[in-house]
Ligand binder design. Structure first.
Ligand code: SF4
Ligand code: SF4
Length: 356
């Protein structure tokens, strides 16, 4: 439906006129990737979360608002910077307390999952309309990656290193606890090299579905992508989690395509794996540090799943160890870790060897 940040209450009431409301308790799970200021539109917009909280308060529900961000520490500080803490009206909680469970997957047999996600009656997933340099899109499925607390997320990057494997691992995690309802903020979306370093695009929509896979397929279509070409969606469909052909999805409201929407370059979406050929490895670009923006917070060093980043005067990338997962780019709240163009990457490789 059409929406803007001033009419979120209206949008939320329209959503619940089409879908069942929670009955007793609800976990509102926004995208809290990190402590990015509201105006950067990296995280779920507070006005949508506030409207959902107000609606749930009106239904006398037991409400929790929470997520497990990518970076380490200072959860409340991050939530405050995004405006999500304030939007929660006192319901924001730390949901990092986890429990080990058995999981059916080619990549792991056990996972530590946030207890709040496992045991809350109703999970209300609130992602953003964005691209993702690793998985092409990030929406309902990828937002549920946040059910894994802290370090558990990093281990997945080590276990599933290609686009196909990582996409499948994300779907296996989503299958642990698919959300009861997904309400996606798409008033302002992100194109290009999301989820934190892309460009903003006005879209003017809120999109809702009780099937997150189908919602992601609609988002992909709106981005001008064929959902069947997104490994995450193709695998989710294969697992029986939802339809991904637009003609098979029951869509109410106008389906638009955002003209000229930019998605991450296919040649950039390339992970390095132990089986990567030399050619493949050569093509994979590595992140680049912009020292002028770096505040030496070391969040990227902590987050790197293969310990390819080290503390020097500034973070130093060990090129041969780096698997091009771009977690360091994603987690850097100062946008100091960048995704270089191929030309820039080649220049760095041959002329600045050894320089951070
Ligand atoms: S690159 Fe970003 S995350 Fe890493 S130390 Fe610098 S500011 Fe912190
Ligand atoms: S340096 Fe960055 S891109 Fe390379 S493996 Fe570490 S987190 Fe991933």
């Amino acid at each position: 439906m059409d929406a803007d940040y001033d009419t979120m209450d209206e949008a939320v009431h329209t959503v619940f006129s089409h879908f069942d409301s929670p009955q007793q308790e609800v976990l509102i799970k926004p995208n809290l990737l990190g402590g990015f200021p509201t105006e950067q539109h990296v995280t779920t917009h507070p006005s949508l979360v506030k409207a959902l909280v107000v609606y749930c308060e009106g239904e006398n529900l037991d409400i929790t608002v929470g997520d497990n961000p990518a970076g380490r520490g200072n959860l409340m500080g991050k939530a405050k910077r995004t405006g999500l803490y304030q939007a929660s009206q006192g319901h924001f909680k730390d949901i990092s307390d986890g429990e080990k469970i058995s999981v059916e997957s080619d990549y792991f047999s056990e996972l530590v999952v946030s207890k709040k996600v496992l045991y809350t009656d109703y999970v209300l997933n609130v992602p953003k309309f964005k691209t993702h340099i690793q998985t092409i899109i990030t929406g309902a499925i990828k937002n549920m990656f946040g059910m894994l607390p802290g370090e558990e997320k990093s281990t997945i990057h080590c276990k599933a290193r290609s686009l196909k494997d990582f996409s499948r691992a994300l779907v296996d995690i989503y299958r642990v606890r698919p959300p009861d309802l997904t309400v996606m903020g798409a008033v302002i979306g992100m194109e290009g090299n999301g989820p934190s370093s892309g460009k903003l695009r006005q879209i003017g929509k809120v999109i809702a579905s009780d099937n997150g896979v189908e919602l992601d397929a609609v988002m992909a279509h709106m981005m001008g992508l064929d959902p069947h070409n997104i490994p995450m969606l193709e695998y989710a469909h294969e697992k029986g989690l939802g339809e991904i052909s637009i003609e098979d999805i029951d869509i109410r409201g106008e389906l638009i395509e955002v003209k000229g929407f930019k998605v991450p370059s296919k040649t950039l979406v390339r992970f390095v794996t132990p089986l990567s050929s030399g050619y493949y490895n050569f093509l994979a670009i590595r992140p680049r540090l912009n020292r002028k923006k770096c505040v030496q917070c070391w969040e990227c060093v902590e987050k790197c799943p293969v310990s390819a980043l080290h503390r020097n005067e500034y973070p130093h990338i060990e090129r041969n160890k780096c698997v091009s997962c771009f977690c360091c780019v994603e987690v850097c709240e100062h946008h100091a870790m960048e995704v270089p163009s191929r030309a820039r990457d080649l220049f760095d490789r041959f002329f600045l060897q050894g320089v951070t």
